[in-house]
Design a protein around this ligand. Structure first.
Ligand code: ADP
Length: 262
C-alpha cells in the first residue's frame, strides 16, 4: 500500500543536502511557505524566442519572437493546433533544443548559453519529463526505471532506494515496484513515468500530452496526480495538451497558433 503523505514528507525531508542538491520533493515545505504572500518570481522567462527548422533546403518557421513569463508554482497548459510549435517551445524551455534567437531563462539560468554538457547536467538537475507514450525502459522494473535518473547523482544505493520508494509511494505504486512496464496498465505506466520525473526533485515538470494515450479514467487519475504535485508539492508544471479537460485542470491556459502565443 502507498505510504501516507506524512510518511512521504518525513522521508523526503531527511537530510541529504550535502550529497545531492535536490532531494526528492524536499522543497515541499520550504519553497511553498517561504513564498506565501509574496508576488511569485518568474521561474521561466522566454524572451523574443524564434525557432525554425530546415527541411529539403526549405526554412520552416515555427516560433516567431515568442515571449512568455511563468511564475514559480504555476501549472500552465499550452494548447494549439497540431504542428503549431507546442512541443518545440516545451523542448526549448526544457533545454532539449536551442532557439535561433532570443533568451530562455529558467531558474535564473540562461539555458541558451549553456554548452551541450552543461545543458545535460542542467536538465538532470532542473527538469522532470513526462511523455505521451511514457518512454519507460521495457527491460527494467518500475523501481529500476524510477532509479535511472538518480544513477547520474552521487547518492548512495541506500539513499537512491529511499528516493525511489518515496517517489513510487507519491504516485501510489509502492505495490508495483517489481513489475515490468508490460505488466502495468497505461495509467500505471504513466504513474511510473511521473515517479521517474519527480525522483530527483526537479525545479520544473514538463509534460507533453501526458494523457494523450490514456482512457478517460486513467487520464483523470494522471491529471489529479499532476494537480496534487503542483498544489501539495509546489511543483511548477508546463503541460502541452490537445485535451480541453486536461487544460481545465491548469491555472493558466495559453494558445499557440501560427507561431504566436495568445
Ligand atoms: P506541435 O507540438 O504543436 O504539434 P511541433 O512543435 O511538434 O508542433 O512542430 C512544429 C512544426 O515543426 C511542425 O511543422 C513540425 O513538422 C516541425 N518540426 C518539429 N520538429 C522538427 C524537426 N526536428 N525537424 C524538422 N521539422 C520539425
Amino acid at each position: 500500500m502507498p505510504k501516507t503523505l506524512a510518511e512521504v514528507e518525513n522521508v523526503s525531508t531527511s537530510n541529504h543536502r550535502d550529497r545531492i542538491e535536490a532531494p526528492v520533493l524536499s522543497n515541499v515545505a520550504s519553497t511553498s511557505n517561504d513564498r506565501k504572500g509574496i508576488t511569485p518570481n518568474a521561474l521561466i522567462e522566454v524572451e523574443n524566442v524564434s525557432k525554425s527548422y530546415h527541411r529539403n533546403g526549405l526554412r520552416i518557421p515555427v516560433l516567431e519572437k515568442i515571449n512568455l513569463s511563468v511564475p514559480e508554482g504555476e501549472f500552465l497548459a499550452l494548447m494549439g493546433p497540431s504542428g503549431s510549435g507546442k512541443s518545440t517551445l516545451l523542448n526549448l524551455i526544457a533545454g532539449i533544443d536551442r532557439p535561433d534567437a532570443g533568451n530562455i531563462i529558467v531558474a535564473n539560468d540562461d539555458v541558451t548559453r549553456l554548452s551541450e554538457s552543461q545543458m545535460a547536467d542542467w536538465r538532470a538537475h532542473h527538469i522532470g519529463f513526462i511523455f505521451q507514450f511514457y518512454n519507460l525502459i521495457p527491460v527494467l522494473t518500475a523501481y529500476e526505471n524510477v532509479e535511472l535518473p538518480l544513477l547520474l547523482t552521487k547518492l548512495s544505493k541506500k539513499e537512491r532506494d529511499e528516493h525511489v520508494k518515496t517517489a513510487l509511494s507519491v504516485v501510489g505504486l509502492s505495490d508495483r515496484m517489481k513489475h515490468y512496464p508490460k505488466q502495468l496498465s497505461g495509467g500505471q505506466q504513466q504513474r511510473v513515468a511521473i515517479a521517474r520525473a519527480i525522483v530527483a526533485d526537479p525545479t520544473l515538470i514538463v509534460a507533453d500530452e501526458p494523457t494523450g494515450d490514456l482512457d478517460k479514467v486513467s487520464a483523470t487519475e494522471i491529471l489529479t496526480l499532476l494537480e496534487r504535485l503542483n498544489r501539495e508539492f509546489n511543483k511548477s508544471i508546463i503541460m502541452v495538451t490537445h485535451d480541453q479537460r486536461a487544460a481545465d485542470k491548469a491555472h493558466t491556459i495559453r494558445h499557440l497558433d501560427k507561431g504566436e502565443l495568445q
